[in-house]
Design a protein around this ligand. Structure first.
Ligand SMILES: [Zn+2]
Length: 281
């Protein structure tokens, strides 16, 4: 069933578990995530980045996800990832997305508050949830979400409570040392900052940059208030590697078979993360 982000994250902080958020950009990737949801029996968030509008239109994404979600017993939310353009956010809401992320993390605090509040007012009217971001993530290797490296700016815990209260946001993405893409060096995840934020704010917290983060660190983050974890780069890397192996093995594989296999490979890696995020305690 297709639900909004607020519904899918309900109870996650109390239960110390997280819902995985997986980036999709094609029919095959959507079906891969859906297959992993079905196999695991657990919910997941299907996430479409505004940067993938070159791959699929908002309306096409909604049509495929709705069809897939209707056949699932589990809940899925359809989320617009990292969007700085309020017009695109409006179009996503109108098209049928159940959740949107307004990313004002590179803006000064007051401007981020003002724009996030505007998006919340617009989205909540249509029962659509909103995620926003405070602080910004550095850019790792092979990131496909953004080319801009804002540098690592850790979330200031003293700002978090005011931000949430003034905007009415449903989930807050925090910056505690993960990166977009794969790590260039050993990650320095500041669980102390996460704990301080969690003390100030009771809404679900979101971790971007799940790819390549050591499992024990992800579990520690879940224990300390992270309820949604985004995984993108690792899904792509795993799937491309498997496709390359398949083609090396059988160069004459028909494209129709390869698209089905693509869904299977996506499903394998997504399942691994859903399982990890749900069986953490
Ligand atoms: Zn992100």
């Amino acid at each position: 069933m297709l639900v909004n982000l607020k519904t899918i994250l309900e109870g996650t902080r109390k239960d110390a578990r997280a819902v995985g958020s997986f980036n999709i950009y094609s029919y095959e990737t959507i079906h891969g995530v859906a297959a992993a949801v079905k196999k695991s029996g657990k919910d997941a968030i299907i996430s479409f980045g505004a940067s993938y509008l070159v791959n699929m239109s908002l309306k096409t994404v909604v049509a495929i996800v709705k069809e897939v979600a209707d056949e699932l017993e589990q809940n899925v939310a359809l989320h617009l990832d990292h969007c700085t353009d309020i017009n695109i956010i409006k179009n996503a809401i109108d098209a049928g997305f159940t959740s949107v992320m307004y990313d004002g993390s590179s803006l000064p605090f007051e401007e981020n508050v003002k724009n996030t509040k505007l998006v919340c007012d617009m989205a909540h009217e249509k029962n659509v949830s909103v995620e926003a971001e405070l602080g910004s993530l550095a850019l790792g290797e092979y990131s496909n979400e953004t080319d801009i490296d804002h540098g690592q700016a850790y979330t200031d815990p003293s700002n978090a409570k005011e931000f949430v209260e003034r905007t009415g946001v449903d989930a807050l993405a925090v910056s505690i040392g993960t990166v977009h893409g794969m790590y260039k060096a050993k990650p320095n995840i500041r669980v102390d900052i996460l704990k301080a934020i969690a003390k100030e704010v009771s809404i679900p917290l979101v971790l971007h940059g799940g790819s390549g983060t050591p499992q024990e660190l992800l579990l520690e983050c879940i224990d300390n208030g992270i309820c949604k974890i985004n995984v993108n780069t690792e899904i792509s890397q795993y799937t491309v590697k498997k496709i390359a192996e398949k083609i090396a093995e059988e160069p004459n594989t028909h494209l129709s078979k390869l698209t089905l296999l693509t869904s299977d490979y996506v499903s394998e890696i997504v399942y691994k993360y859903i399982d990890l995020f749900n069986n953490c305690k």
